[in-house]
Design a protein around this ligand. Structure first.
Ligand SMILES: *Cc1c(COP(=O)(O)O)cnc(C)c1O
Length: 392
């Protein structure tokens, strides 16, 4: 089985596809038709590579974490996505899609954001490339995430509150889709993870795949082989994980581990552990595992980390789970907090709460002394200081 890319209809096994209202067909079809040709062209690749290098600051280091390795008696390397401009992996995708939008002749960008991280990355890319930027955000989230709202505004974005429903991420998605239907010719919708209708999961995975491309080169340089024994990443929608796994998914000797947000515990009713709790359903334009009631109502997820607080999972990951290609761990809020404090104390790196879920796998699984374990540190923890201070 090819785990890396979907088939021509956008399916990874049983998962994926494009389930969109008829009014959106033209937009989605245009993207399906053109995305590969554009992003795989030499001209696009040169421009994107240049921005990744000189603007984002890539390649990000692959850091041998000596102290952490000693503690867990194994060889641990951290892929430092936290050192990217804007502090996480999300900028890789936002810049890629903003460039793609320009090639498609679109000058207006819409996005939706929950915690504001994707909104900030998108507003950043738009400022750089001279694109108009509109970010939909739930009214409740706007109140909760005021520093990121301020950043987006300073970057020139218009932040529009979504005032329907629970006034959170899913309502912001609905508003963004409505906007896209009304402005098909001028507008590109930058989706922030490997979710949404085909071709978004594949498009976003390709933009994030630079992560595993670099891991291969860097491991080769450091230890004389490209392949680690284990790769570990946290999964919200799954974009940092898709990037970390991308060039390895078809190499069976590399074991893959995904960390989901268990929230207060998978059985607590306050969780975001989609592979444990989800069933086949359609969410935001694709078929995947979804946390839903028996009659198909999406269940409100919970995680201490805003970036993992999502009731679905990208179709690529649903397939890795179904086919047992990846092992999934559910990490609870308190376990993630503990790992965040541990990394800070012994390595001097304050990780994002999302990334701390990946680190917490070290307490759940026993690795051999010689195992090479690469963990994606998807982002830095500045944005989570308020939460950390509460638990100091
Ligand atoms: C948004 C975010 C995530 C979760 O998103 P994925 O698409 O699953 O990667 C993880 N880590 C950080 C730092 C984030 O900002």
């Amino acid at each position: 089985m090819n785990f890396q890319n979907p088939d021509k209809n956008g399916y990874y096994g049983d998962f994926g596809g494009a389930f969109v209202p008829e009014m959106l067909y033209p937009n989605v079809a245009e993207l399906q038709e053109k995305y590969i040709q554009i992003i795989e062209s030499e001209e696009f690749k040169a421009e994107f590579q240049d921005l990744l290098k000189n603007y984002v600051g890539r390649a990000t280091p692959l850091y041998f974490a000596k102290n952490l390795s000693e503690k867990y008696q194994t060889q641990i390397y951290l892929k430092r996505e936290d050192l990217n401009h804007t502090g996480a992996h999300k900028i890789n995708n936002a810049l890629g899609q903003a460039l793609l939008a320009k090639k498609l002749g679109k000058h207006r960008i819409i996005a939706e954001t929950g915690a504001g991280q994707h909104g900030v990355a998108t507003a950043t890319a738009c400022a750089l490339l001279g694109l108009e930027c509109i970010v939909y955000m739930g009214e409740v989230d706007i109140a909760r995430q005021s520093p990121n709202v301020a950043r987006m505004k300073m970057l020139g974005a218009t932040v529009i509150p979504a005032t329907s429903g629970s006034k959170t991420l899913k309502d912001a998605v609905n508003e963004a889709l409505r906007d896209w239907i009304n402005n098909p010719a001028t507008t590109h919708y930058i989706i922030g993870s490997v979710v949404g209708p085909h071709p978004f999961p594949d498009l976003v995975a390709r933009f994030q795949s630079v992560i595993s491309k670099e891991i291969k080169e860097q491991l080769n340089e450091k230890i004389g082989r490209e392949n680690p024994d284990y790769l570990i990443a946290c999964v919200g929608g799954g974009s940092n994980a898709a990037g970390t796994f991308y060039h390895y998914v078809n190499e069976q000797s590399v074991k893959i581990i995904a960390a989901e947000a268990g929230g207060l515990g998978v059985d607590s009713g306050k969780s975001a552990a989609t592979t444990f709790l989800g069933t086949l359903g359609i969410l935001h334009g694709s078929q995947s595992l979804v946390m839903q009631t028996e009659d198909g109502q999406v269940i409100e997820p919970h995680s201490i980390s805003a970036g993992l607080d999502y009731p679905g999972i990208g179709p690529m990951h649903a397939n890795l789970f179904r086919e047992n290609r990846a092992e999934f761990f559910s990490i609870n809020d308190d376990e993630a907090l503990k790992s965040a404090f541990e990394l800070t104390k012994i390595e001097g790196i304050i990780p994002a709460l999302e990334s701390a879920h990946a680190l917490a796998v070290l307490d759940k699984k026993k690795f051999e002394k010689d195992d090479v374990v690469v963990i994606c540190l998807s982002g830095r923890g500045d944005k989570d200081m308020e939460t950390y201070l509460k638990h100091l």
